[in-house]
Design a protein around this ligand. Structure first.
Ligand SMILES: Cc1cc2nc3c(=O)[nH]c(=O)nc-3n(C[C@H](O)[C@H](O)[C@H](O)COP(=O)(O)OP(=O)(O)OC[C@H]3O[C@@H](n4cnc5c(N)ncnc54)[C@H](O)[C@@H]3O)c2cc1C
Length: 411
């Protein structure tokens, strides 16, 4: 009988194992990983650089990045958040650096630094790790759990489920009595075919607002607030449609609704961010007064690229037309196109191979002071197996580190 079995040799499993053994070196603990690769997702994360965390040090602000898990993570982050994560790695001689957008990476810009740190810690703390050891069945016993693996049977007193998004593990947890919120994809880009975007791949918008056009009943049914269905931020035209932070945020916040709609829905875009149609019209009228003889096609406004600006104005006027020749009715049409263009989304694409799953163990059934199941004593959870997910930017790993640390403190 071992003291603690950890199912899953990924981010959450390793962070839990290391922190538990550092605190209680005499416990017997084994990580069981079904594949031959340890920390596979950490290795490929952040484009091979591993976006370890985000420079957001106020727990109340931090939880806003989690469409699912906001409420539950607040106390977890108060105990172990990005500040503690930076310090944890520093104590192991790994410095993290902050990029302009707040994402934090190892200074080496290499995810191997993080993988090796975990593997070295496992050696130092004599943590046993078994690869090719998939847990196939879990039975609760009077003094712990019986695990059936593909290559052996194991008995343990306490069990940590850190298997990420795994249908099989969720199925087993359901058999033990847990509720599983059905998994759906989160963090994806929108497939759109629209004349405004055609052949303009690579054109970007420094600030845009994207709004879901759905009826109020659906919005209510999926418990989405007004501010949820409208997201702002940079946006990018891709080969398939639209991507960038504004789109990814919307895909994450509305993940469940968009899945329900089978990824076919309408959006309205304001390419000028927060400017209203009236404000944009005012600017166009001012421009006409200031440069009456200039060609419209040569006067890209609102930070729009020249190519996009020409595409947009050519819906209504010739790009060689000069401002004075353009009456205010036409200017209003241009202003409306800038601030309120509707587009049909048909399908989704993966963002840079990075995806997370919304769904998993129902959070109501987990005690977040300890990460223990409220239904089954001595059963613990951390990482993507839970119904918690976040926007891109280092937040998903931060949740895994924080949950694993809180668990290790209390196990
Ligand atoms: C391409 C990509 C890039 C990403 N980049 C970032 C990033 O830079 N920053 C960020 O914050 N997030 C990133 N993410 C998200 C992040 O990787 C996950 O949120 C995180 O890995 C979750 O950790 P986890 O330990 O819960 O799951 P995982 O890391 O998926 O680990 C779970 C492990 O459990 C094993 N397992 C499953 N079932 C069993 C079983 N029955 N028996 C034994 N073992 C089992 C799996 O093989 C796996 O190794 C990225 C995701 C992807 C796909």
């Amino acid at each position: 009988m071992i003291d603690i079995a950890i199912v899953g040799g990924g981010a959450a499993g390793f962070f839990a194992a290391i922190n538990i053994k550092a605190k209680k070196p005499n416990l017997s603990l084994v990580i069981f990983e079904k594949s031959k690769t340890l920390l596979g997702k950490v290795k490929i994360s952040g484009g091979g650089r591993c976006n370890v965390t985000h420079a957001c040090f106020n727990p109340t602000e931090l939880v806003a990045y989690y469409p699912r898990g906001k409420k539950e993570l607040l106390t977890v982050f108060q105990k172990f958040g990005p500040t503690e994560t930076i310090e944890w790695f520093k104590q192991r001689r790994i410095e993290l650096k902050k990029e302009a957008d707040g994402r934090m990476f190892p200074v080496s810009d290499d995810s191997t630094t993080i993988v090796n740190c975990f593997l070295n810690e496992c050696d130092r703390l004599r943590i046993k790790v078994e690869v090719g050891a998939g847990v196939q069945q879990i039975k609760q016993t009077t003094n712990g759990f019986d695990l059936v693996l593909n290559n052996q049977n194991v008995k343990c007193r306490q069990l940590i489920i850190a298997g990420g998004s795994s249908d099989k593990l969720w199925q087993q947890m359901a058999e033990l009595g847990h509720t599983i919120i059905p998994p759906v994809p989160s963090l994806f880009t929108f497939n759109i075919k629209h004349p405004l975007l055609h052949d303009l791949m690579g054109n970007s918008f420094s600030n845009s607002t994207v709004k879901l056009l759905i009826d109020k009943d659906l919005q209510k049914q999926f418990q989405l607030k007004k501010e949820d269905i409208q997201q702002s931020g940079p946006m990018l035209i891709t080969h398939w449609g639209l991507s960038g932070p504004a789109i990814l945020k919307l895909s994450s916040v509305a993940a469940r609704l968009l899945h329900y709609l089978d990824y076919e829905f309408d959006i309205a875009i304001n390419f000028a961010g927060n400017y209203t149609t009236d404000q944009v019209l005012e600017t166009l009228i001012k421009q006409k007064a200031e440069t009456p003889k200039k060609q419209i096609g040569n006067t890209a406004l609102f930070g729009l690229t020249n190519r996009f600006w020409i595409r947009l104005v050519e819906e209504f006027v010739d790009k060689e037309q000069i401002w004075i020749e353009c009456n205010n009715k036409l200017l209003l049409k241009i202003a409306e196109s800038i601030t309120n263009s509707s587009m049909q989304v048909k399908g989704k694409s993966t963002f840079k191979d990075e995806f997370v799953t919304a769904g998993g163990i129902d959070l109501k059934e987990v005690e977040f002071k300890t990460m223990e199941s409220k239904l089954i004593p001595n059963l613990f959870f951390a990482g993507e197996v839970l119904n918690i997910d976040a926007l891109t930017g280092g937040f998903n790993f931060q949740a895994a580190w924080s949950e694993a640390w809180v668990m290790a403190e209390n196990i």
